[in-house]
Each structure stands twice: as structure tokens, then as C-alpha cells.
Design a binder for this molecule. Structure first.
Ligand code: LMR
Length: 429
């Protein structure tokens, strides 16, 4: 049978314009997607894409928050390798996990985040669900909150991890900022932050970086956090703690200070956690969302709601990374190894901060002492977007346009090159 003549094809339209079917399409015809414009590259992962495309030798990627060892290699923790070997040796089938994730993993996460003897756990007030990394945890929380309180506003720190703003906006929220970075005094504008939180409407969701603020590296001290949490309680705000870097500032328990403070004062709050950095499980996407509820019954109702969000997005989470994390955390020997390996990462980052400052000072730069004050993986250098671009194009040193560099990507081999590059671009005004 002959194909029908072109005019016999049904005419489809898009935005009022006829859309040609494949069989008859000319290069100039409209398609469903032909009016789409190119989206900008991701402000962080786009830097990695540009880095990979750079053919120069000696290039340095300080864009993404990934820990590299002293030789510039992506690290596989010994405890993770051992756990993975044990799991592989079992040859277990790849079953579906329950919608909310692997039970042993969820138990371990709750204890790590809230502390094993937390009354919240004894009272079954915490719902923890597995999530696709810290980002997935934030998005699950955002989607759930949007169902419960669609009209609420979200406040993120100024500045914040770029994806915070994008992710909450995509979940349907209006996203604003509270003051955070004090560029003049290089630190946190605590009074500004407290004032903005005091002014927030009841029900506003406040995203807080529990430790190792991303991107600035400036954290609040205990007293300042206490003031923040008091305002959150008084003003009936909703704290959403992002704790993607637990263990990278002082230690696992120390870095959970904010979460444990909230636990003593708030009926409801949320915590997004991740093992991307602390267990170097980046690509396995191992995170969790914990939601604190007023009582056990509320927690069970909340769990049922979160399960719907998960089921309608990706059905149930992946198994391998959660098994690895649960194995490391539940085995005394592996857990001890982990604590030591995490401390090694943390201390190497601190040593690199000091080394970078020394290199900068040797080049006559005497106003970058903040590099050793900041905590966690990142340094907010104070360089402008133009200077950061010059760092990339002229020197092959990649950081984000916001002026953030990942100190965990520095090593003895690339340090001098990075310091040279920073010294050179600082001349650009
Ligand atoms: C970062 O801030 O570099 C990391 O959290 C990776 C990411 O997903 O952005």
C-alpha cells in the first residue's frame, strides 16, 4: 500500500504553529522542542563539564565539592572498599527496597544525625527515609512541604549553594534570602541574619547549613546558633537543616550541634544528610531525609506521605550504596576505620588551607587570612566573577563564578600553580 499523500497527514500544532511530522519534516519546520532555548550550564557541575573539555595539561578542578587525596586522586575509603567486598561476596539478588529505603541504613542514619540516645528516637518522633543524595533529600522534603504548606515562603542564606534556590523554586516555592555573608568583615552577618529571621512570616521555611557553610565556609558558633533556633521557635518558622558535610568541620558529633539543638527546642524540623562526601559514595547517591514530628503517630502519618512522594518519583531507592553505608556504620571495626579516615580527610583539608595561605603570603598577598578561618571543603575567596573566569581561561584553575574554590582539591603538586593564578587574577579590577 502506498503511504498517504502529505496533505492527508493530520496537522498538529504547537503554540498555534503547525508542527510537521517526521516523515515530511523539512529542516526549517517547527518541532515540539524547536523553540526551546539553551539553558545555562549548572553553576557547579557545569564547571566540571568545562574542566573536562579543557585539553591543557596541569589544569586544576577546584569547582565541585569532591575530596581528592594528596595525589589528586578521587578517594575510595578503605572502610567502603571492605564493606563493598563483603556485600559482593554474598551474591545477593538485587531486590527492590521498601519505598522508604533500607531499614538498617535508616536506623544508622538516625543515630548518626540525632545521637543514639536522643529522646526523639526513643519517642519515635523521627521519620527517616532514604534519598538520592543530599539533593534528593532536600527535594523530597521540599515536595512534601509544598503539599502541606503550598503558600509558605522559603528563605536561604545569601549566598547559598546555588541548587538550594533552584530546587525549592522548582518545587513551587517562592524563595528569598536572609542575610548571611559579611564581605566587609569576612564572616557571618549574624545581626542581619537574626533580624531577617525575626521579620519572616510564621510558617516560613528556613534553610540552614548545619556545618561547613556552602559556599562561604563561615559557620555560626554555638551561641549564635542558639539565638537562631530561639527565633525559629518564637516566630514559628520551619527549620530545614542541610547537613551534607557532617564530619568535615570538627567531627561527626560536633558538626551535628545545630541538629541536636533543634531537637531540644522544636516540635517539627527537617534534616537532609548525605554520605557523598563523608563516605566518598558520590555516584551511589546515598542520602537521607529525616523529619522530626511532634509524636509517634504524627511521624507515621508523615512517613505515609513521604512514601507517596517517593513512589511517584522513582518508586523506591537504590540498594547498593545504602548497604555499604549501613555495613560501615553498623560494624565496629569498619566504623572505627571510617572515623579515622574521615579525620584524615578533615586534617588534610585544614593543612591545605594553611599551605595555601603560606603560598599566597609568599606572593605578597596579605589579605587572605580568611582561608584558614573558613571550615569544610570550601573557601569563598573574595575573587570576583571576572577574576574567577580569568582563573579558568588564563590559568586552567577551575572554581565557581561565585568565587568559591574547593580546598579539598588542592595538593602539594598544584598548590604553587593555584597560588600563582590567584595572585595574577587579583590584578584584574
Ligand atoms: C558542591 O556544592 O559542589 C557539591 O554539593 C556538589 C553539588 O551537587 O553541587
Amino acid at each position: 500500500m502506498k503511504p498517504p499523500r502529505p496533505e492527508a497527514y493530520p496537522v498538529r500544532t504547537h503554540n498555534g504553529k503547525p508542527v510537521a511530522l517526521c516523515a515530511e519534516r523539512k529542516a526549517t519546520d517547527m518541532t515540539l522542542f524547536s523553540e526551546l532555548t539553551q539553558a545555562p550550564a549548572d553553576p557547579i557541575l557545569g564547571v566540571t563539564e568545562a574542566f573536562k573539555a579543557d585539553e591543557r595539561t596541569g589544569k586544576v578542578n577546584l569547582g565541585v565539592g569532591v575530596y581528592l587525596d594528596g595525589e589528586g586522586k578521587l578517594l575510595l575509603l578503605g572502610c567502603v572498599a571492605k564493606a563493598a567486598d563483603r556485600i559482593a561476596a554474598i551474591h545477593a539478588p538485587h531486590a527492590y527496597l521498601p519505598i522508604d529505603g533500607l531499614g538498617d541504613y535508616l536506623d544508622q542514619v538516625r543515630e548518626l544525625v540525632f545521637c543514639a540516645d536522643s529522646p526523639l528516637l526513643a519517642d519515635k518522633r523521627v521519620v527517616t527515609v532514604e534519598a538520592l543524595g543530599g539533593t534528593g533529600a532536600l527535594r523530597l522534603g521540599a515536595d512534601m512541604l509544598h503539599e502541606v504548606a503550598p503558600g509558605a515562603k522559603v528563605l536561604v542564606s545569601d549566598p547559598s549553594w546555588e541548587n538550594h534556590q533552584a530546587l525549592f523554586a522548582r518545587a513551587g516555592f517562592e524563595v528569598g534570602t536572609y542575610r548571611y555573608y559579611d564581605a566587609t568583615n569576612r564572616g557571618v552577618d549574624v545581626e542581619g541574619m537574626l533580624a531577617d529571621l525575626r521579620d519572616a512570616e510564621a510558617g516560613t521555611i528556613v534553610v540552614l547549613h548545619a556545618c561547613c557553610h556552602n559556599p562561604t565556609g563561615y559557620d555560626l558558633d554555638h551561641e549564635q546558633w542558639a539565638k537562631v533556633v530561639d527565633i525559629i521557635a518564637e516566630r514559628d518558622l520551619v527549620a530545614f537543616c542541610d547537613m551534607a558535610y557532617q564530619g568535615f568541620a570538627e567531627g561527626l558529633a560536633e558538626d551535628a550541634f545545630l541538629v541536636r539543638l533543634c531537637a531540644g527546642k522544636l516540635d517539627n524540623f527537617l534534616v537532609a544528610t548525605s554520605f557523598s562526601k563523608s563516605l566518598t559514595l558520590y555516584g551511589q547517591r546515598v542520602g537521607a531525609l529525616s523529619v522530626v514530628c511532634a509524636d509517634a503517630a504524627e511521624a507515621e502519618r508523615l512517613r505515609s506521605r513521604l512514601k507517596i512522594v517517593i513512589r511517584t518519583n522513582y518508586s523506591n531507592p537504590p540498594i547498593f550504596g545504602a548497604l555499604v553505608a549501613a555495613t560501615v556504620l553498623s560494624d565496629e571495626e569498619l566504623r572505627t576505620d571510617w572515623h579515622a579516615e574521615l579525620a584524615t580527610m578533615r586534617e588534610r583539608i585544614k593543612a591545605m588551607r594553611t599551605a595555601l595561605l603560606t603560598e599566597l603570603q609568599a606572593r605578597g598577598i596579605d589579605d587572605m587570612g580568611h582561608v584558614v578561618v573558613q571550615r569544610g571543603m570550601f573557601s569563598y575567596t573574595g575573587l570576583t566573577a571576572d577574576q574567577m573566569r580569568a582563573l579558568r581561561t588564563d590559568h586552567g584553575v577551575y572554581g565557581t563564578d561565585a568565587g568559591r574554590i574547593c580546598i579539598a582539591g588542592l595538593n602539594d603538586t598544584n598548590l604553587a600553580k593555584v597560588a600563582d593564578a590567584i595572585a595574577a587574577v587579583r590584578m584584574i579590577r
